[in-house]
Every structure is written in structure tokens, then in C-alpha cells.
Design a binder for this molecule. Structure first.
Ligand code: HEC
Ligand code: HEC
Ligand code: HEC
Ligand code: HEC
Ligand code: HEC
Ligand code: HEC
Ligand code: HEC
Length: 433
């Protein structure tokens, strides 16, 4: 297949721009889809006529909303992003007509070999001056902890703001030598009444502190500034250029003045938002996609690891240049690349919703079958592929109908209107790769 990126992207951007105008408000609303066709409590078998019912077999599929969460290594001087992973899951009761279920069950989650964060980051020392909240040790900004119960929404479970670090208990000392960015979350779906386990899964909870401002802001590199620390060099430069007094206000939360949708902070409306300020100012030093890795994680983390990266796509193919990211007409964190820009219409996101908020076949989230952005399955990170190998015996898109439908397939097309035969045909070339 021949892909003309530029042509596809330009057309897509025009479409995105249009849909953005039309649906701006909807986008900001809660991501949950309407609770159509949800099962009643307790699940009542839908009495298939020709086959024996698959007696209450459940599947749980979990994912992290983003393909990578980036956080500061230290919060002593400045903060861009706090520790804040958000995990999602859907539970499916298997059957010819599978059902997505959230009632009469719960999901307990934990992170493998990662039970605490205090000492792996200094976040709790500075959470009060930065965010104005008193947090108990190991409790994140939303009250989430490293293990607990996910919250039920109409069509999924989620736990927002897990204060996860990239350091395992078995190698807790902070620093690049111990970075383990592809952390693993374990989820167990249980019957609420009996506590009985219905299904379990292990999925990636990615987090990285690889924000390499030091490439360019080390002592003496910018305007001869030498404070002995990269972050105070940056604050000193900012004070010098803008006449601010950030050095005297440490620790500084950038989003206090430069709004960030990632934190839900509007900032000072007179000032550029943080994404625009950063990408605009660094436009000249961000020439190629590999320059994106100087601030985004990163040369070591390699957060872009998905099937498309393996087929030659890089940051700028989807996001455009730093100048395009800095476009003042974009709403950062909301107006993001869309699958439908390059793929055919039956593979599109829901109108006005981001990929991560969109649902497809059977009310399943796109991410349930494909994984998170930058980690579209199969990826080159073994941990990303564990879940689907466990579910269907091979890596890649969740495309084995039997995982949800059991032994008896319904007649009719599957995901994206592909019938199972055509789909198998389409998929085979990927399998043998
Ligand atoms: C590839 C090199 C490079 C990297 C990496 C880099 N910067 Fe910069 N930064 C620059 C250059 C060049 C300037 C222009 C200022 C100057 O040297 O006079 C600058 C300026 C700034 C300014 C001053 C803005 C102003 O005018 O007030 C801030 C703040 C800043 N950088 C923050 C950061 C942060 C935070 C990171 C890491 C997330 C980072 N930079 C990473 C090269 C870089
Ligand atoms: C107290 C408010 C305040 C805080 C906090 C703050 N800034 Fe700024 N920043 C400003 C002002 C004011 C400007 C000048 C804006 C202008 O000229 O439009 C600026 C400009 C910038 C620019 C240059 C934008 C451009 O287009 O030239 C960058 C980059 C920047 N800030 C990054 C940061 C980073 C990174 C942090 C956190 C470490 C931060 N700022 C924290 C007030 C602040
Ligand atoms: C194949 C296309 C593609 C490539 C290549 C790509 N991105 Fe993305 N990126 C996306 C999509 C799609 C989203 C938003 C998904 C959504 O709607 O939730 C996104 C979102 C983001 C976000 C916002 C946080 C998040 O994960 O949603 C950042 C930051 C980002 N990308 C940076 C990068 C960087 C840096 C690179 C290169 C290392 C890169 N992207 C490569 C498609 C891509
Ligand atoms: C000098 C550091 C730096 C470089 C280089 C950089 N970024 Fe960023 N980027 C940031 C910071 C800091 C944020 C977080 C802004 C926030 O919290 O709102 C960010 C956020 C983003 C986001 C999410 C917010 C949004 O605007 O939607 C995207 C997408 C993104 N970057 C893409 C890229 C791409 C693509 C490149 C390479 C072309 C790149 N960035 C290069 C510092 C950088
Ligand atoms: C900038 C264009 C672009 C964007 C945006 C994009 N893709 Fe792709 N995608 C491609 C290209 C090119 C290929 C490789 C096609 C090939 O090798 O024949 C590909 C391949 C794939 C494949 C492998 C398909 C196969 O036949 O093996 C999947 C799955 C996929 N993309 C999913 C997505 C999802 C999900 C999104 C949105 C989150 C997305 N893509 C966004 C261009 C894009
Ligand atoms: C029930 C699982 C499932 C769900 C949910 C799902 N997909 Fe897919 N998707 C598939 C299968 C199966 C394929 C066929 C190719 C493959 O197996 O990788 C596919 C292929 C794709 C491709 C690649 C098409 C190409 O050009 O080769 C894109 C893009 C895509 N899906 C986007 C989405 C988006 C966007 C959503 C949410 C609106 C979504 N998918 C929801 C199973 C799913
Ligand atoms: C990740 C789980 C999952 C996978 C994988 C999956 N499905 Fe489904 N499918 C569902 C759910 C959930 C429904 C919704 C059932 C309902 O409408 O009550 C559904 C509905 C259907 C329906 C409509 C059934 C009806 O009676 O209305 C058909 C047909 C179907 N799937 C075919 C397929 C095929 C073919 C595949 C494999 C290519 C497949 N599905 C893979 C979860 C899945």
C-alpha cells in the first residue's frame, strides 16, 4: 500500500479543524458514552437458542489512557507534570452476544513490584507548595494510591491519578540506571457479593522521568548561566528573559501561569499556554522527530514503540513540526492526531472525541483492542504485548473473536464491519511478520 503522508495529513487536518469547531464543547464533556445496552443486575443470560451458554466466563481487559505518562524526576525547583497514571478496564461476560459489564462486580488493581512512591520521588515534600493540597504519603492528587479499587463508570472501570514512579521496589534508587518505564498493573475482577475472582489481567502502566532539559540547559550553555543545577539554570534564564521572579518562588508550577489542559489549570489567560510557550520557544532547536525526544521520553525510554513506528512513522508524521504543535488555534491535549486522518473512514474515532475516549465494536474502547497512543499493538516492548498474548495466544490487535464471543460466533461482521473471514485474510500478513 502506498501512503502519501503529507497529502493524507493535510486532508485530515482540515477535517480535524472543521470537526473541532463543530464539537468543541462536546469534547470537554465526560468521556463516557451513553449507557446503552448495559446489562441489568445480576447478569441474566440472554438465552441463546442454538448453543449451550458459556456459563459466566469473564474477560477483563486493562490499559493506561496514555501510551506514556511523563513526570518530573524532582519537584524541588520546578514542576511540569506530577506522578499521575490513569488506568482503565472493561469486563466482558463471554457469550455469542458478549456483554460489557460494570455492575455487581469490582476491580482491584496493584502494580507489580511497586508498592510505594515516597523515597522514589520527592513529590510529597513539595506537593503542598506546588498544588496547595495536604497529601498523605503515597496518596496522589486525586486520592488514588498504588493499589486499591477502581471506580465504576457506566461502561468501564477507571482509576485516575495513580502516583506511580518508574522505580520498582526491587530497584528503588532514583536515577536513569533504575528506570523501568513499562511498569505492569495487575487487575482482578471480582464478584462484589462473594469476592470471588472472575478474571484477571496484567497490563502496562507506562511512566517516565526522562525529560532531558539538561541537553541544552547545563551550566554555562545558555547566556552563561551557571547555578550548578539544570532546573535553577532554567528558572534563572526565564527570570532574565521575562523579568519574572521564579527563583524566589520555588518550587514553581509552570501551569500556574501557563495553562495546561493536562492538569486542568487555565493559567493566566494573557500568557501562552505551556505547550505553546515551550514548542514555540524551542522551535528552532526542534528540527527532526528525534529532537522531540530531548524533552519527551526519550532516547532511553523510546515511548513511541508501536506498529506504525515499526513501519517507519515518527512524531512529525502525525503531529507535524514543533511550530504546528505550537499553533495557537490548537487546544493542547485535546486537538491531537486522529487515526482517520490516514486510515479509512470505518476506522475513525467517534465524532468529536479523542481516540482514547472513543468506542467501537460492541461498545469496547478502541484502546481495549488496540492499546494506547504510541503503543498501538503490536509494539516492540515485550510488556505491552503480554495482555493480548495471554488473551488470544498472539501479540497484536485483539482480533480473535473467541476471546469475547466464546466458541460460537454470531453471524455478521465483526470490528469495523470486517467479517471474520475477510479479517483473518487481512490479518494474516501481520501475523507472519
Ligand atoms: C535542544 C536544546 C534544548 C532543550 C532540550 C531544552 N531547551 Fe529550553 N531553551 C533552548 C534554547 C536555545 C532557548 C532559547 C534561550 C536562549 O538560549 O537564550 C531555550 C529557552 C528556554 C526557556 C526560556 C524561555 C523564556 O524566554 O523565558 C525556558 C523556560 C526553557 N528553555 C525551558 C526548558 C525546559 C523545561 C526544557 C526541558 C523540558 C528545555 N528547555 C529543554 C534550548 C533547549
Ligand atoms: C509567575 C508566572 C510564570 C510562571 C510560574 C512561569 N512563567 Fe513562563 N512566562 C511568564 C511570562 C510573563 C512570560 C512572557 C510571556 C510573553 O512574553 O508573552 C513567560 C514566557 C515563557 C516562555 C517563552 C514563551 C515565548 O513564546 O517566548 C517559556 C518557554 C516559558 N515561559 C516557560 C515556562 C516554564 C517551563 C515554566 C515553569 C518552570 C514557566 N514558564 C513558569 C510567566 C511565568
Ligand atoms: C501514528 C501517529 C503518531 C505518532 C507517530 C506519534 N503520535 Fe503522539 N499522539 C498520537 C495520537 C493519536 C495521540 C492522541 C490520542 C488520543 O486521542 O487520546 C497522541 C498524543 C500525544 C501526546 C499527548 C499525550 C497523549 O499520549 O495523549 C504527546 C505528548 C505526544 N503525542 C507526543 C508524541 C511524540 C513526542 C512522538 C514521537 C516520539 C509522537 N507523539 C508520535 C499519534 C501519534
Ligand atoms: C523543549 C522541550 C520540548 C520539545 C523539544 C518538544 N516538546 Fe512537546 N511538550 C513539552 C512540554 C513541557 C509539554 C507539556 C505541556 C503541558 O503540560 O501542557 C509538551 C507537550 C506536548 C504535547 C501535548 C500537549 C499538546 O500540545 O497537545 C504534544 C502533542 C507534544 N508535546 C508534541 C511534541 C512533538 C511532536 C515534538 C517534536 C516535534 C515535541 N513535542 C517537542 C516540551 C517539549
Ligand atoms: C500519519 C498517518 C497515520 C495516523 C495518524 C495513524 N496511522 Fe495507523 N498506520 C499508518 C501507516 C502508514 C501504517 C502502515 C500501513 C502499511 O504498512 O501498510 C499504519 C498501520 C496501522 C496498523 C497496522 C495495520 C496492519 O494492516 O497491519 C494499525 C493497527 C494502525 N495503523 C492503527 C492506527 C490507530 C489506532 C491510529 C490512531 C490512534 C492510527 N493508526 C493513526 C498511518 C497512520
Ligand atoms: C473489538 C476489537 C476492536 C475495537 C474495539 C476497535 N478495533 Fe480497530 N481493529 C480491530 C481489528 C480486528 C482490526 C483489523 C486489523 C488488525 O487485526 O490489526 C482493526 C483495525 C484498525 C485500524 C487499522 C486499519 C487499517 O488501515 O489497516 C485502525 C486505524 C483502527 N482499527 C482504529 C480503531 C478505532 C479508532 C477504534 C475505536 C473507534 C477501534 N479501532 C476499535 C479491532 C478493534
Ligand atoms: C474484545 C471483545 C470482542 C471481540 C474480540 C469481538 N467481539 Fe464481537 N462483540 C463484542 C460485544 C461486547 C458485542 C455486543 C453484543 C451485543 O450487541 O449485545 C459484540 C457483537 C458482535 C456482533 C453482533 C451480534 C448481535 O447479535 O448483534 C457480531 C456479528 C460480532 N460481534 C462479530 C465479531 C467477530 C466476527 C469478531 C472477530 C473478528 C468479534 N466480534 C470480536 C465483543 C467482541
Amino acid at each position: 500500500m502506498h501512503w502519501d503522508f503529507r497529502k493524507h495529513r493535510l486532508i485530515g487536518l482540515a477535517i480535524v479543524a472543521l470537526s473541532v469547531v463543530a464539537v468543541g464543547v462536546v469534547l470537554l464533556a465526560a468521556p463516557a458514552r451513553s449507557a446503552q445496552a448495559l446489562p441489568s443486575t445480576p447478569p441474566v443470560p440472554t438465552a441463546p437458542q442454538s448453543v449451550a451458554p458459556d456459563a459466566d466466563k469473564y474477560v477483563v481487559i486493562g490499559w493506561n489512557d496514555l501510551g506514556m505518562h511523563c513526570m518530573n524526576e524532582s519537584f524541588a525547583n520546578l514542576a511540569v507534570l506530577p506522578p499521575y497514571n490513569t488506568l482503565w478496564a472493561q469486563v466482558i461476560r463471554q457469550g455469542t452476544r458478549p456483554e460489557v459489564i460494570t455492575r455487581s462486580m469490582k476491580i482491584d488493581y496493584s502494580i507489580l513490584d511497586n508498592t510505594y512512591s515516597v523515597g522514589k520521588t520527592d513529590f510529597w515534600t513539595y506537593a503542598k507548595p506546588l498544588f496547595g493540597v495536604d497529601l498523605a504519603p503515597n496518596v496522589g492528587l486525586t486520592g488514588a494510591t498504588l493499589a486499591g479499587e477502581m471506580h465504576a463508570a457506566p461502561d468501564h472501570f477507571a482509576i485516575e491519578g495513580v502516583p506511580l514512579t518508574p522505580y520498582r521496589d526491587s530497584a528503588p534508587q532514583p536515577g536513569p540506571a533504575n528506570w523501568y518505564p513499562y511498569q505492569l498493573a495487575h487487575m482482578i475482577a471480582r464478584d462484589t457479593a462473594t469476592g470471588q475472582m472472575l478474571a484477571e489481567t496484567t497490563t502496562v502502566a507506562p511512566v517516565s522521568t526522562e525529560m532531558r532539559c539538561d541537553y541544552c540547559h547545563k551550566d554555562g550553555q545558555r547566556e552563561g548561566i551557571r547555578t550548578g543545577n539544570v532546573e535553577t539554570n532554567i528558572l534563572t534564564l526565564h527570570d532574565k528573559e521575562e523579568g519574572t521572579g521564579l527563583m524566589d518562588q520555588r518550587p514553581v508550577l509552570c501551569a500556574k501561569c501557563h495553562g495546561s489542559n493536562a492538569l486542568g489549570m487555565p493559567g493566566n489567560p494573557e500568557l501562552p499556554n505551556l505547550s505553546r510557550a515551550m514548542h514555540k520557544k524551542h522551535e528552532e532547536v526542534t528540527r527532526t522527530s528525534s529532537d522531540c525526544y530531548k524533552c519527551h521520553p526519550g532516547q532511553q525510554t523510546q515511548c513511541l514503540r508501536d506498529v506504525m513506528y515499526q513501519r517507519g512513522l515518527d512524531c512529525m508524521n502525525c503531529h507535524g513540526s514543533a511550530a504546528e504543535v505550537a499553533n495557537p488555534a490548537r487546544r493542547p491535549w485535546i486537538d491531537l492526531p486522529r487515526c482517520a486522518t490516514c486510515h479509512a473512514a470505518q476506522f475513525a474515532e467517534n465524532p468529536g472525541k479523542r481516540y482514547r475516549d472513543s468506542v467501537g465494536h460492541g461498545g469496547l474502547y478502541c484502546e481495549a483492542c488496540h492499546g494506547s497512543p504510541h503503543a498501538i499493538l503490536p509494539t516492540n516492548q515485550a510488556n505491552d504485548n503480554l495482555q493480548n498474548i495471554a488473551l488470544q495466544g498472539h501479540a497484536g490487535t485483539l482480533n480473535d473473536c473467541a476471546v469475547c464471543h466464546g466458541a460460537t460466533l454470531p453471524s455478521g461482521p465483526g470490528p469495523h464491519g470486517l467479517d471474520s473471514l475477510l479479517r483473518t485474510h487481512l490479518y494474516l500478513p501481520l501475523l507472519v511478520r
